[in-house]
Structure formats: C-alpha cells, structure tokens
Design a protein around this ligand. Structure first.
Ligand code: HEC
Ligand code: HEC
Length: 247
C-alpha cells in the first residue's frame, strides 16, 4: 500500500482531533454529530486529550495495535521530550507531528504530566512467537549487555525492573515487540533522534537485526512488576551519557 493511502484516512481521523486540542472541544465527536447540537464538553485536560485516546487507550494504556505505544506511567519529562521531538521534527510519524504542530511548550508539558500520572493496569504480556534460544539471547542483552559489541545492559539505564528512571528514561515493559523493534530501527536509520549525545543511537547501531529481534521479543513477554513506577532520579549511573537525561 502506498504511504498516501495509509496517511489520507489517518489525517482525516486526526484533523478533528487536532482541532479539539487547539480549541478545547471534544473534536471528533462534535464533527461526526455536527447535525445535532451537543452539550459543550467541560474544558478539562481529560476532555482535551480525548483525541489521543483513540490510539493510546482511554488512560494511555496503549491498544492492541502493535505500533501504538503505552504512555501511562512513563516519566513526565520523557513524554514531554517526545512531544517536543514530534513537534520539532526529531521524531517522525505524520499524525503525531501534525497533532502537536501548534501546541506550546506549556501545553505539551501539561499533557505529558497528565499521562505520566495515569496508572491503568498493564496488558498481559505477549505469548512468545520465537524460539527459546532467541528469548535467551534477548534476556542476556537486556540484563547483561554484550561486552564484545560494547552494548551495555538495557537494564543499566531502563532499570532492573525495566520501568525506566525519572526524569526522562522510559520503561520498556508493556510495549509490543513490533513497536520496540521499529523504534530501535528508527534510531539506526536516523528517523528518530534524541538530544545529543544520543545514547540510544549509539546503542541501536551496535545491535544486529537478530539482536533487535531477540531483545524486542523478550521484552514484550515480560510481566510488569507489582509496583511499576520508574526508579528514582539519579539512582542508576548510566554507562553512556544521554542528552535527554540531565547529567
Ligand atoms: C492516529 C493515532 C495517534 C493519535 C491520534 C495520537 N498518537 Fe501518539 N503516537 C502514535 C504512534 C503510532 C506513535 C509511535 C510513533 C513512532 O513510531 O515513533 C505515537 C507516539 C507518541 C508518543 C511517544 C511515546 C513513547 O513512548 O515514546 C507520545 C508521548 C504520544 N504519542 C502522545 C500523544 C498525544 C498526547 C496525543 C494526543 C494529542 C497522541 N499521541 C495522539 C499514534 C497516535
Ligand atoms: C545509557 C543509557 C541507556 C541504555 C544502556 C539503553 N537505553 Fe534505551 N533509552 C535511553 C534513553 C535516555 C531513552 C529516551 C530517549 C529519548 O528521549 O528519545 C531510551 C529510550 C528507549 C526506547 C524508546 C521507548 C519508547 O517508548 O519509545 C527503547 C525501545 C529503548 N530505549 C530500548 C533499549 C534497549 C533494547 C536497550 C538495550 C539494548 C537500551 N534501550 C539501552 C537510555 C538507554
């Protein structure tokens, strides 16, 4: 399918949502039901982010779609950095770029804080679709890294429980394997950037396709821990400098 054929319907879905964000209406619903006058929705952050929930779930928990990520509970500054990355073109996904184009820093921060405070339950982990040796390879890289390739353990920065670290490192539990491998692929191909030094670019380019596959497969089969909050700021000494994380 040509990108146009995918994007057109998406844009027609997102355009009213963008209007909701800018003008504080419930957008898609008021457009769909333009014939009948609707009672005005209260102008709260909950009503304004309704446009996001079609793809990210009612409380940011994610959906069954393999590419629509969970937002809930990720550190606020991480989510804020991503919204700015989409707005300023460091990260590319046209519906997201479009939605945040005209939003101010303050508004993006408010949205980021809202989703960081949501605590919907995690979906059950995926059933493995790869063999045990691939899962074992994935687990080894996540927990111990691969010294020969100078790949640090993912857990060194994303936390022993993989719930991330405040203020700006995201958790890796509750994500689909296709989303994870697409993000690592985007860092390798240069369509996703973080502030320099971009540690994830460094790490992504040291991994082979097989490594990425293995890591994504193992991560997606992990249960979220009992108390899935990000580790406290500064509690982990990151093995590489990351520009998105205050040093
Ligand atoms: C049409 C579906 C869609 C809509 C509507 C949408 N998103 Fe997204 N969002 C996505 C997809 C897909 C990605 C991952 C894109 C990529 O590959 O980088 C994403 C990524 C994100 C990320 C980065 C997540 C991470 O873990 O890195 C944030 C934050 C985000 N969206 C917030 C929002 C907010 C806030 C809204 C409402 C203003 C919104 N999104 C509306 C589909 C959508
Ligand atoms: C040196 C610290 C560090 C290490 C080690 C590290 N990461 Fe990251 N990771 C980060 C930071 C910082 C971000 C946020 C980047 C940004 O702001 O876009 C991130 C983001 C990510 C994301 C994006 C999550 C999302 O919701 O979009 C994925 C996926 C990821 N890392 C996977 C991995 C994997 C897999 C490994 C191990 C092979 C790993 N990381 C090792 C620091 C690290």
């Amino acid at each position: 399918m040509s990108p146009r054929r995918i994007l057109r319907p998406l844009i027609s879905l997102v355009a009213p949502l963008g209007a909701a964000l800018l003008f504080g209406t419930t957008g898609i619903f008021s457009v769909a039901c333009a014939q009948t006058p609707q009672p005005k929705a209260p102008d709260t952050i909950e009503s304004r982010v309704q446009g996001c929930t079609a793809c990210h779930g009612s409380h940011g928990q994610g959906t069954d779609n393999d590419y629509f990520p969970r937002l809930a509970g990720k550190p606020a500054e991480y989510l804020y950095n991503q919204l700015m990355n989409f707005r300023d073109g460091r990260r590319k996904y046209p519906p997201m770029n479009y939605l945040v184009t005209y939003l101010s820093d303050e508004y993006l921060h408010e949205i980021a804080t809202y989703f960081s405070q949501q605590r919907p339950p995690y979906p059950p982990p995926s059933k493995p679709t790869v063999g045990d040796s691939v899962l074992a390879r994935g687990e080894a890289i996540v927990l111990h890294g691969d010294a020969a390739k100078q790949v640090p353990a993912c857990a060194a920065c994303h936390g022993a429980k993989l719930t991330g670290m405040e203020p700006a490192i995201p958790g890796l539990v509750g994500l689909h394997s296709d989303y994870i491998s697409a993000q690592i692929g985007a860092w390798r191909s240069g369509s996703r950037h973080a502030k320099a030094p971009d540690c994830m670019h460094e790490i992504a380019t040291r991994l082979t396709d097989e490594d990425v596959n293995a890591v994504a497969a193992w991560l997606s089969t992990q249960n979220a821990p009992q108390n899935p909050v990000p580790a406290a700021a500064g509690s982990l000494k990151t093995p590489l400098a990351c520009g998105s994380e205050p040093q």
